[in-house]
Design a protein around this ligand. Structure first.
Ligand code: FMN
Length: 192
């Protein structure tokens, strides 16, 4: 059980949610789905809605100001299949005024040359649509050869990589630290 004790005061005013966050994920073998459920447990279901993109219209993205997008990488740097199925539709989504954070499930040992590539592909795909991004995450603590999900200076991933194959023990702490960071960065951005 993980609890959002640290950020709860940021999210709630007199018991009602201060913001509604929408998490949209695609997941082939349920790892990204389980991550979404852990995130919902951490932030609370009154704050975080989760949607499987296989069963949800992209029009629902517009219901939220802060979006968390979860995507796993398959077959040597390829997109998760449900994201791939709606890839072209993403060009027509209105993301101006949206703030987005990404997480990606991958395997840094088995696929060390393509670690969480799909997260980077999704980040780059949506960039021209005008959103602002939060939740970049340091590369320290991971051991991989290459990734398309890195910042140009290679110091950070453009979202949170999770590796439930070889670093499962680290995932829960990463999730809680990252969500805290995402909410804080969002509040800072929108306070400007
Ligand atoms: C056939 C196969 C190909 C994979 N290819 C990659 C890859 O290129 N890069 C990567 O980081 N992880 C790769 N993975 C690891 C998956 O991303 C990982 O198992 C992830 O947890 C799956 O998440 P999902 O169940 O939410 O789809 C691959 C796994 C399998 C079984």
């Amino acid at each position: 059980m993980i609890e959002g004790a640290k950020i709860a005061p940021l999210l709630k005013v007199t018991g009602s949610p201060l913001m509604k966050i929408g998490l949209f994920y695609g997941s082939t073998t349920c790892y990204s789905e389980m991550t979404a459920e852990k995130m919902q447990e951490f932030l609370g279901p009154e704050t975080l809605d989760i949607h499987n993109i296989k069963e949800t219209s992209l029009t629902r993205l517009k219901e939220y100001d802060l979006l968390i997008l979860g995507i796993s990488t398959w077959d040597y740097g390829e997109l998760q299949e449900d994201w791939e199925a709606i890839w072209d539709e993403l060009d027509n989504v209105d993301l101006k005024n949206k703030v987005i954070a990404f997480y990606g499930q991958g395997d840094q040992e088995g696929y060390t040359d393509w670690f969480v590539d799909a997260m980077g592909l999704l980040h780059d795909k949506l960039l021209p649509l005008g959103p602002r991004y939060v939740g970049y995450w340091p590369v320290e603590g991971y051991d991989f050869a290459e990734s398309k999900a890195l910042t140009p200076d290679q110091s950070h991933f453009i979202g949170l990589p999770l590796d439930d194959e070889s670093q499962f023990d680290l995932s829960e702490q990463r999730i809680s630290d990252w969500l805290t960071q995402v909410v804080e960065e969002y509040l800072e951005l929108t306070a400007e």
